[in-house]
Design a protein. Structure first.
Length: 479
């Protein structure tokens, strides 16, 4: 009996085609939904709302939690920036997660900290807290510093939650730069909402090359390096088109760990951050949503389509590879932990749409793409290439990728116009054309390596060196 080689080739080819069509359909729908979400937000929100909120006496107090590890170079400037955020009532909790440099000493000296022997409760598990400090200066009365044994970002946030005073917590990366009205905007979903709001997130922007003075962005500049501009395009797609669309259909599974606001009671009831995963931000939100479903309680997850927070992204290929490796592992760990949600109508949009999409078109996409490359090589060796089909499919794929990125850029210009110079827009469009050729293959490789490391059982974040916003030689996240 002759082996049906041709039939198998056709089946595999059609499988790749169907997968591609489904992926393109998902991207198209996300663009459609996000456009209407942005338009509606622009229609009902304006700057006067923030001014009115700032004058309100009924805003709920917020605890800002910021883990710090080996942040000696920038910690004082970063804390001063947090202390100047416009919000009537908030406390700043800096968690020194076992830093090996002079982070704690800098904090003690700069903010006149003394030991505080007030009681706190170990509600959530974390590594041992060595000491809690508060300032003797009235101008820093809302600053608390927690010194603890090293346990990683998730462990540090759990310790911060234990120490925090207020019912709403805002978890951020200590080296992020917040817009002055960031908290005023991010708190909006929690106000006058018929449903219980368990979390709220906003858009993250890239601060590389921007001018920063006294902890504030004074001039937005387009990143000079191609690798950073490509990530800028990525962030446009992820936030303006991805998360906006999921927010529209109530299927959001992720609020960025760089800046997110949560209902503390729900976080504690869900068990806090999971220190055994490298994707603690995504895993926590999924667990909180499952908890609310189990309780059969109406709830909501808010998302603000405003650039509220600016962060530094990897400026070189080595650090970018480690980051994407970790993102891949974190995504799969979350999906595996909550695998009972997949295709489960009990969880509504989350079970029928969100988790299957993340499985097939976020985690599985690099594996499918790499398999397609191997399939192409095999056909090339066997002389079975249909060049008309290959060229046509390649052109459509490349064209769609560029169109999707340019559409995301249009959304940015339509909504917030952070990059105001005309030559910035031209450079971003050029980056959109080059990214599928020079940037995407590297991301594919890093994601595949992440899956290999996941199989090997790797749990660490890896050393992540950052240039620092205006500084040089800062090393962070080395847990």
């Amino acid at each position: 009996m002759e082996f049906p080689t041709q039939q198998i080739i056709e089946i595999i080819s059609w499988s790749f085609l169907v997968y591609g069509i489904l992926a393109y359909a998902g991207y198209s729908f996300s663009a459609f939904f996000s456009f209407f979400e942005i338009r509606e937000y622009k229609r009902i929100n304006n700057q006067r709302d923030e001014m009115a909120l700032l004058q309100s006496t009924s805003l709920p107090p917020i605890s800002i939690l910021a883990p710090a590890y080996n942040e000696e170079a920038n910690i004082v400037e970063n804390v001063r920036s947090l202390l100047t955020v416009n919000y009537p009532s908030c406390e700043i909790v800096i968690i020194n997660d076992g830093s090996k440099d002079g982070t704690l000493t800098k904090l003690i000296d700069s903010f006149h900290l003394i030991k505080d022997d007030s009681l706190y409760f170990d509600i959530l598990p974390s590594q041992q807290v060595r000491q809690i400090y508060r300032s003797t200066f009235k101008s820093f009365k809302n600053l608390t510093v927690v010194d603890k044994m090293n346990g990683g970002k998730a462990d540090a946030l759990n310790a911060g939650i234990n120490v925090s005073k207020h019912d709403i917590i805002c978890c951020i990366d200590v080296d992020c730069v917040l817009e002055s009205d960031a908290l005023l905007k991010l708190i909006k979903p929690f106000l006058n909402n018929e449903k219980k709001v368990i979390a709220s997130g906003g858009i993250i922007r890239i601060a590389n090359s921007c001018v920063i003075e006294d902890g504030k962005i004074t001039e937005v500049r387009l990143p000079e390096k191609f690798i950073v501009r490509a990530q800028t395009i990525e962030y446009f797609r992820a936030f303006l088109m991805g998360r906006m669309a999921w927010s529209r259909v109530d299927g959001l599974l992720l609020i960025s760990g760089a800046f997110g606001m949560f209902d503390k009671e729900t976080v504690i009831e869900a068990g806090g951050y999971n220190s055994k995963t490298v994707g603690e931000d995504m895993e926590l939100l999924v667990r909180m949503r499952r908890l609310m479903r189990a309780k059969k309680e109406e709830y909501s997850v808010g998302f603000i389509p405003d650039p509220l927070c600016w962060t530094e992204v990897p400026p070189n290929w080595t650090i970018l590879r480690r980051q994407r490796n970790r993102w891949t592992r974190g995504t799969m760990e979350t999906l595996w932990t909550h695998r009972s949600m997949l295709f489960n109508p009990k969880y509504g949009v989350l079970g029928i749409l969100s988790t299957p999409y993340w499985l097939f078109f976020e985690w599985l996409a690099p594996i499918v793409e790499f398999t397609g490359i191997l399939f192409f090589i095999a056909l090339l060796i066997m002389g079975q290439i249909n060049w008309f089909f290959v060229l046509g499919f390649s052109m459509v794929t490349y064209g769609f990728a560029v169109l999707y990125s340019v559409t995301a850029l249009f959304f940015e210009e339509y909504s917030f116009q952070q990059y105001k110079k005309t030559n910035y827009v031209y450079k971003l469009v050029l980056t959109a054309f080059l990214e599928p050729i020079f940037f995407h293959p590297f991301i594919l490789w890093a994601s595949l390596q992440g899956n290999i490391d996941l199989i090997r059982g790797k749990k660490s974040w890896g050393t992540m060196s950052r240039t620092g916003l205006g500084k040089v030689g800062k090393e962070v996240m080395a847990q």
